[in-house]
Design a protein. Sequence first.
Length: 190
Amino acid sequence: MKKTTTVALTAALGATLLLGGAGTLAFWTDTKTSATQTINSGNLSLGALESGNWKIQNVVGDKKSQLVDLNSNTRIVPGDVLTQTVQVPVTLVGENLKANLTVAGPQLVGDNNLKNALSATVVSINGQAVNANGSTPAAVALTPTSVNNGKVPVVISVTFPFGTAATAIEQMQSTSITSSYTLTQVPAGS
């Protein structure tokens, strides 16, 4: 073969190799996979509620009796103020978790005359005074750091105002009290 033909064939073969043959180009590639990253979600929940201990004190004007524990044999009279602190079990786990604890009620159920003579209110949630009027829920914002050992104290008060006409129907009657607790997440920036 002539030298020019060999050079021409070599050049054609070189061009074919450079173009990758059949019109494609050759290239290198490398792929790596990142290490597995675990993503964990937080938690928001209320635990089982237990009744707190009730305290009773008779308050008439500036006169107050000694504050004592209420028991099943205690009978209230006009002028008595009952207070209860419920330690509400709250779980808040999350970097940017903020939630409102709402206490609806308290609601009295039982003898109509007695329950209508009493006034039940939420006094405070986690040490913050609340203004609850009627059925409007009282709410306090909580964060994981504002919950003390998983408990949030809620203080409830029941007042039997002095001067309330105690009719025969109200005497020796009974009523029960219940409240509803709700924990709801709110935006962290609020």
